[in-house]
Design a protein around this ligand. Structure first.
Ligand code: SF4
Length: 298
């Protein structure tokens, strides 16, 4: 029996003994939804959709999480959630290939890394050719990521904060930047810059996502400074305006982003010379983009 130290929380849960970790995940991984998803960045979603696998559980506790139904539960007893083993996850991946999805998009994969390490080679052996996307909150151990080298084609990490005050207040993790900056550096080392095919669909590389938060444009600037200064001005960045308050949210997170805040963030990215920035319209700030978590291949 091996304790789990896969993520930076390093809680040591004996998951093979069905002990539940801080991430909420125990001995089995649950998938809450497996369906094509059309609301990622254009090189990820394309016209035919991204084959999104939404796992239950998460190693962070962001107060504004849009997927709280599934992120705060390991999946046991959750309506619509299905336990999956490596063979079943490989079958889901292959089904996406049959459906014509552009990739397999593993959403909140961190607590399921052992399953992924086993499922991807099985799917490849059965003929999977789609790129594998690792769609993460960025709170990852670089040491664990090194085990994924060669298995993951596209990293899609968040880089949420630099400020330890904000990361503690909004996500309960004061060491977020220390950990996530090392993680995205390791991802960049593994897969490099975003590469697309002749149709503009991602085949490998990394897109860093940053959600601009109300009254936090200064921290956005620091995130962008890190990317431009420590990684590369050619790194692809998705600068997201879609922050949407959930019910009961306290100030300043009780409102959407203003046009002025987002404009300042975009102008700063341009001023830094970042060359590949995806920007959103403010009309993207809608809960309509949050899928219901009970669908399989509809
Ligand atoms: S992945 Fe889950 S069980 Fe493993 S160290 Fe992190 S919180 Fe603990």
């Amino acid at each position: 029996m091996e304790p789990c130290f896969d993520c930076p929380i390093m809680c040591g849960a004996l998951r093979s003994n069905n002990e539940t970790g801080v991430c909420g995940v125990g001995g089995r991984s649950f998938v809450c939804r497996a369906a094509r998803h059309y609301y990622e960045e254009p090189p990820i979603s394309g016209a035919r959709g991204s084959g999104a696998v939404f796992f239950a559980g998460c190693n962070m506790r962001c107060v504004f999480c849009q997927n709280m139904d599934i992120s705060r539960s390991g999946g046991e007893g959750l309506a619509g959630a299905k336990p999956v083993d490596a063979d079943e996850l490989a079958s889901i991946m292959l089904r996406f290939e049959e459906l014509g999805a552009h990739n397999v998009n593993l959403v909140t994969p961190t607590p399921h890394i052992r399953l992924i390490e086993s499922a991807v080679p099985k799917a490849r052996a059965r003929g999977l050719t789609l790129p594998i996307v690792f769609n993460t909150n960025g709170y990852e151990r670089a040491e664990t990521l090194r085990r994924l080298e060669g298995l993951i084609d596209i990293y899609l990490p968040d880089l949420k904060y630099v400020s330890p005050v904000l990361s503690e207040r909004y996500s309960g993790r004061s060491d977020y930047f220390e950990v996530a900056s090392e993680a995205v550096t390791e991802m960049h080392r593994q897969v490099g810059l975003l590469k697309t095919d002749e149709e503009g669909i991602a085949v490998s590389g990394m897109i860093i996502r940053h959600l601009v938060l109300p009254l936090a444009v200064d921290d956005t600037r620091r995130v962008l400074d890190f990317i431009a200064g420590s990684l590369s001005k050619d790194v692809s960045v998705s600068l997201m305006s879609q922050y949407t308050p959930i019910e009961g949210m306290k100030k300043p997170l009780d409102r959407r982003l203003t046009k002025g805040e987002y404009k300042r963030a975009v102008e700063y990215a341009e001023g830094l010379g970042l060359k590949n920035v995806f920007i959103q319209k403010l009309t993207s700030a809608s809960l309509d983009f949050t899928p219901e978590f009970n669908g399989f291949f509809e």
